[in-house]
Design a protein around this ligand. Structure first.
Ligand SMILES: N[C@@H](CCC[C@H](N)C(=O)O)C(=O)O
Length: 266
């Protein structure tokens, strides 16, 4: 019997899901890279390994497509919760999910959307990004993982995000996810993102929370809410003094078995 997998996405930020309740899979960097490769593997922005240590809360072991480990993934945790519900491992309603950024309470709704309590989005200072010779001012935002949210009047559709945007390595020694944000109206944002460890993705859940926190900061506010349009769809974000929530769809579209020989050879 090969290794069980599922494929899913949250606003087209896509993941390979590996159910591994007993934590027996040896998920090496090279296996993650091969799984995420869109030519020689299944293709995905990241891998979600579903583990349940000591029958405690479910743990989301999230990996970026390049094999690196990240603290948190807002779209991934929605897909993770959808998997738990569809597999009969958790009921609809609130599910506690352990992540490297701490516990996240996730509410799976009947209509297929999922709301995640993302914890506080902390603006920690000003910084800037550079794309194609153009500088973009922004703010560093900690959503469990590091972000640089740049609100700009340059239409985000015009940006070439194939390469990693330039950023200040002293401010972000562990790398950074960079968001470019247009304000469409009060409470309506558009965003594109270049993710650490992946490249441009069609959505980034933690990035949308950082975008809203960055926009509010620019407005001199610390609380508020907005919809965020990303290339892969739309999510809704609420930022409070003590926390934030992210709501959006979570879809599972395929399941199957990896060839054991392919897996073993990696
Ligand atoms: N796509 C994710 C974020 C995944 C982690 C990120 N690339 C990092 O390295 O911090 C999301 O939906 O939040």
């Amino acid at each position: 019997m090969g290794v069980e997998f599922l494929k899913g996405h949250g606003t087209e930020n896509d993941f390979v899901v590996l159910p591994d309740p007993d934590g027996v899979l040896d998920l090496t960097e090279s296996r993650v890279r091969a799984l995420c490769d869109r030519q020689r593997g299944l293709g995905a922005d990241g891998v979600l390994r579903v583990v349940r240590p000591d029958l405690g809360p479910w743990f989301m072991d999230y990996r970026n497509a390049d094999g690196s480990i990240a603290e948190m993934c807002g779209n991934g945790v929605r897909v993770f919760a959808r998997y738990l519900v569809e597999a009969g491992l958790a009921p609809l309603g609130t599910i506690a999910v352990a992540t490297r950024a701490g516990r996240r309470d996730v509410v799976a709704h009947e209509d297929g959307t999922v709301t995640v309590d993302m914890g506080p989005a902390r603006v920690t200072g000003a910084s800037s990004a550079r794309v194609g010779g153009q500088a973009f001012g922004g703010v560093a935002v900690d959503v469990g993982n590091p972000h640089l949210a740049c609100v700009t009047s340059t239409p985000v559709a015009a940006l070439d995000l194939r390469d990693q945007p330039g950023y200040d390595h002293e401010v972000f020694p562990r790398g950074v996810n960079v968001e470019f944000v247009n304000v469409l109206g009060d409470g309506a944002l558009r965003m594109r993102v270049h993710e650490r460890g992946v490249g441009e993705t069609r959505s980034c859940g933690t990035g949308t929370v950082a975008a809203v926190a960055g926009w509010l900061h620019e407005e001199g506010r610390t609380t508020g809410e907005a919809t965020v349009d990303v290339p892969g769809g739309r999510v809704a974000v609420v930022v409070r003094e003590d926390g934030s929530t992210l709501t959006g769809p979570a879809v599972l579209l395929a399941r199957g078995e990896l060839d054991q020989g392919w897996w073993d050879a990696l």
